[in-house]
Design a protein around this ligand. Structure first.
Ligand code: ZN
Length: 198
């Protein structure tokens, strides 16, 4: 039977996404065994972000400063804006290092089921950014779900009257994906997004 302190730590870790009670216990044990090497680093890193984390007032990214590192970076292309549902999507796209513009985080997706309306998302601030000018292209990088696509269509309509090119991520075959393993939705998307060879 572990002490109350260890139990509290285990419970806190088990609430992290992707970690259940079992992996939390393994993580705690791992940390305890390395309390001189790994534990101080972790404590320090957590303390460092605790007081400095802010939401970027421009794009909605989470960073230790506002404007965030991406909005403040003069090397990023200010004429290209990529709209995503959540900060995790922004981070995933930015890790891939393929997009050199800036971002706009909606904070979710439209959902009749969950009662999420346009005014619940950062759509007004998106329109304002586009209306302010200086943006040529808006890339809608919503998830390939029904709600994600509904959100993309809604935003495309709201941006209709502005002189910007609106594009969308192609949804198709995953890298290494074999046709007969794909669900029909993915296959249909891949077929619709087909393009000339070469
Ligand atoms: Zn930002």
């Amino acid at each position: 039977m572990a002490s109350q302190e260890i139990e509290t730590l285990t419970q806190a870790l088990s609430r992290l996404p992707g970690l259940g009670p079992r992996s939390a216990r393994r993580a705690v044990l791992w940390l305890l065994k390395r309390r001189d090497a790994a534990l101080p680093q972790l404590v320090e890193a957590l303390a460092a972000v605790q007081d400095t984390l802010v939401e970027c007032g421009t794009c909605g990214n989470i960073d230790t400063r506002d404007p965030c590192g991406i909005c403040a970076d003069p090397r990023r292309d200010a004429r290209s804006l990529c709209v995503v549902e959540d900060v995790s999507d922004l981070w995933a796209l930015d890790r891939a290092r393929l997009f050199t513009g800036r971002y706009h985080v909606l904070g979710g997706r439209l959902s009749a089921l969950d009662g999420i309306r346009p005014e619940d998302l950062a759509i007004g601030t998106l329109i304002a950014r586009v209306a302010a000018g200086g943006i040529d292209e808006v890339v809608l990088a919503m998830n390939a779900t029904l709600e994600g696509q509904t959100t993309a269509h809604y935003i495309a309509e709201r941006l209709e009257d502005y002189p910007v090119r609106i594009t969308q991520l192609a949804h198709g075959l995953p890298v290494g994906g074999e046709l007969d393993y794909l669900d029909e939705g993915t296959l249909a998307q891949a077929l619709r997004a087909r393009r000339p060879l070469g």
